[in-house]
Design a protein around this ligand. Structure first.
Ligand code: NAD
Length: 327
């Protein structure tokens, strides 16, 4: 009997459509791909019961699911974030949980900086002006120059660190807040350390978010935090929508509490067409695309199947987020 690798979550099929590459590589582990496209919970539970591996994007894998798995060896989040998987439940059953931490670091940092510049240079009102037949640059006033300004980086991990040289290249001063990173990493990357989130928020000109979604970071930026920011400040979020309280952000943009926002992620994706942030002149929204390039898509499928094949063939996972199960 060949082993079974179940795939689930709409975005798996959106990214990889026919899973041809996955099917080819599965053979290396004497396995076949079982595409689960149904959103039905009962169906999903039935499919994962006999699975040897599960590959998911944004599809909740809860304790109740994990308890149904009879012989699963690895649950792979085919993305950087894995907040939708109950890692504790997997660990209890000795199941490896892996993510894909390296496939798009450069792309996300580039997208975050692009959003920062686009919002800062008031691209949205300027494009609306020219598309409407106008040629009046006054629609972008006031507009401040980036050089000499402070960029506040929240989360100095893989992506956050890539923001530091970009800020410097544009004459900005990078300042970061990350309570879980040692002083020497700040020194090595060249970002000034800020020990208090409130202090960072109130002193920088742009804030860019690069934290995982956890109980601690959920709505980390809400009405109180937005009020601490400067009136001319810009907020960029490419990490997870739930890190920002969207209702408060909309109020802050409408009332002039902050100047603008660039968002690649929203609390609900895809959003309702009535989400006011989509129609707000001071806010640029992109559809969770920061990770994407032709090259990163290739890296993702190669690194993902390398990991699953490795584990199914008895090898050590390279990207386990619960390495304690290996002992
Ligand atoms: P990472 O794990 O390398 O870095 C995250 C950093 O956040 C770590 O240094 C950690 O110490 C820090 N952190 C955790 N809790 C914090 C807190 N309360 N306050 C301040 N800092 C805190 O992750 P990464 O590779 O840099 O990715 C960051 C996030 O970006 C991911 O978790 C993912 O959700 C998101 N992401 C989005 C896209 C996209 O397409 N939009 C693509 C990839 C990743």
């Amino acid at each position: 009997m060949p082993k079974t690798i179940v795939t689930a979550g709409d975005r798996v099929y959106l990214k990889f459509f026919d899973l041809e590459y996955f099917e080819k590589r599965a053979v290396e582990a004497d396995a076949v791909i079982d595409r689960c496209t149904s959103l039905d919970e009962h169906e999903f539970s039935g499919r994962i019961q006999g699975a040897d591996a599960l590959i998911v994007i944004d599809r909740p894998v809860l304790r109740t699911h994990v308890e149904k798995m009879e012989r699963c060896r690895i649950v792979l989040a085919l993305e950087v974030g894995y907040d939708f998987i109950d890692v504790g439940a997997c660990s209890q059953r000795g199941i490896v949980v892996s993510n894909m931490p390296l496939y798009c670091t450069g792309e996300v940092a580039l997208h975050a900086f692009m959003l920062l510049l686009a919002v800062q240079r008031k691209l949205k009102p300027l494009m609306a002006e020219t598309a409407g037949g106008g040629w009046d640059y006054n629609v972008c006033k006031p507009l401040c120059f980036t050089a000499g300004k402070k960029l506040g980086i929240i989360g100095l991990g893989r992506i956050g660190r890539r923001m530091v040289p970009k800020a410097k290249a544009f004459g900005m001063e990078p300042v970061a807040y990350d309570p879980y990173v040692a002083d020497d990493i700040f020194e090595l990357t060249g970002a000034a350390r800020c020990y208090e989130l409130d202090e960072l928020l109130s002193t920088v000109d742009c804030v860019t978010l690069h934290v995982p979604l956890t109980n601690e970071t959920r709505h980390m930026i809400g009405a109180r935090e937005l009020r601490l920011m400067k009136k001319e400040a810009i907020l960029v979020n490419t990490c997870r929508g739930m890190v920002v309280d969207e209702k408060s952000l909309y109020v802050a943009l409408s009332d002039g509490i902050i100047a603008g926002a660039g968002l690649d992620v929203l609390e609900t994706e895809p959003p309702e067409s009535t989400n006011p942030l989509l129609h707000c002149a001071q806010c640029i929204v992109t559809p969770h695309v920061a990770w994407y390039s032709k090259e990163s898509l290739d890296r993702l499928k190669v690194q993902g199947m390398d990991e699953v094949v490795r584990v199914l063939n008895g090898g050590r996972p390279r990207y386990a987020v619960n390495p304690e199960v290996l002992s």
